[in-house]
Design a protein around this ligand. Structure first.
Ligand code: RP5
Length: 163
């Protein structure tokens, strides 16, 4: 099966965050592709990537970036596919810069925005699964199983003290 989700990031340095996205997609058995696509270092590649995403069969794009994080918004400008933005925790401003850059899109070009760092990276994959689950019942079933397992893990070990 060809990739349903495209995971892009502005730099190789974002991989330590976005690896949590791909791990979660793997766990849910969702086909995906991964690539560094920089909005400012490779703008033509970004236009090609986002502009051709739908015809290549992608159904969701997850874009992670840090600092002046324009990658998700620019990707969203070039496609009507849902784009989920993951703010990478930057060294200078702890990712608040990334978050604000992604979340404050002007009306007309929506960019879904997740939490800064690992939580956002994991949740972007889960949100993509929820979207895809409307069309692919097997993905919805795996997402339901993931959630049930999470609930069971809490209920099975309610004592927070180290055992
Ligand atoms: C952004 O600049 C990237 O998304 C990355 O988070 C940040 C720093 O990039 P590097 O200088 O580490 O390549 O474009």
């Amino acid at each position: 099966m060809s990739a349903l989700v495209g995971v892009i990031m502005g730099s190789k340095s974002d991989w330590s965050t976005l690896c949590h996205t791909t791990e979660t997609l793997d766990r849910l058995g969702i086909e995906h592709e991964v690539q560094v696509v920089s909005a400012h270092r490779t703008p033509d590649l970004l236009f090609d990537y986002a502009g051709s995403a739908a015809e290549r069969g992608l159904e969701v794009i997850i874009a992670g970036a840090g600092g002046a994080a324009h990658l998700p918004g620019m990707a969203a400008a070039k496609t009507v596919l849902p784009v989920l933005g993951v703010p990478v925790q930057s060294s200078m401003l702890s990712g608040v810069d990334s978050l604000l850059s992604i979340v404050q899109m002007p009306a007309g070009i929506p960019t879904g925005t997740l939490a800064i760092g690992r939580a956002g990276a994991v949740n972007a994959a889960l949100l993509a699964a929820a979207m895809l689950g409307n069309k692919y019942p097997e993905i919805r079933e795996r997402l339901e199983a993931y959630r049930a397992e999470q609930t069971r893990a809490v209920l099975d070990a309610p004592d927070p003290r180290p055992q």
